[in-house]
Design a protein around this ligand. Structure first.
Ligand code: NI
Length: 172
């Protein structure tokens, strides 16, 4: 089932997500729905809070196709090692029509569980490393725009407010 993706400044996006304690069929179904929602958007990653579910589940597929190719489903993902630095343009399905460069680690090692409850370790570099950091941020209630400099962030917020006002005016 495809879910509605919440967008900035929805307060649900600012909440911290809780660890998944038992991987039930409902959790597996949620993960499948998240993947379906991500491919439909289309996007390269999605975290559960983006559809209003505050559980630590992320899906990623950086191959950029609109169907499963290199699908990663990570439950309770934790970055256990990170190194290097990168500064690439990022976007987010919850922040439509906006992109900006963000400083991230160039490579990360992530541990977590797959939908069968098996412990997994992912060694990620470049785009995949960025995606893991971006999606795990969502589980903490952090959006990529929160990483911008105060000046850039101020510009973003003004732009978002204007867009919201224009949309509201259009509805009248
Ligand atoms: Ni995002």
């Amino acid at each position: 089932m495809i879910h509605t993706i919440l967008t900035y400044p929805n307060p649900e996006l600012k909440k911290k997500s809780a660890p998944v304690t038992i991987i039930t069929d409902a959790v597996r179904e949620l993960a499948r729905d998240m993947a379906e929602t991500m491919y439909d958007a289309p996007g390269v990653g999605l975290a559960a809070p983006q559809i209003g579910v505050h559980q630590r589940i992320i899906v990623i597929d950086v191959s950029g196709r609109d169907e499963p190719n290199d699908l990663i489903i990570a439950i309770n993902p934790v970055i256990v090692h990170s190194e290097g630095e990168t500064y690439e343009e990022e976007g987010c399905l919850s922040v439509p029509n906006y992109a900006a460069n963000v400083r991230r680690h160039a490579s990360v090692v992530v541990k977590g569980l797959d939908p069968d409850g098996n412990e997994k370790t992912w060694h990620a570099e470049d785009l995949l490393a960025i995606a893991f950091q971006h999606e795990i941020d969502h589980l903490e209630g952090i959006l990529f725009v929160d990483h911008l400099s105060p000046l850039k962030r101020d510009l973003f917020q003004r732009k978002a407010r204007k867009a919201a006002e224009a949309a509201a005016a259009g509805e009248k």
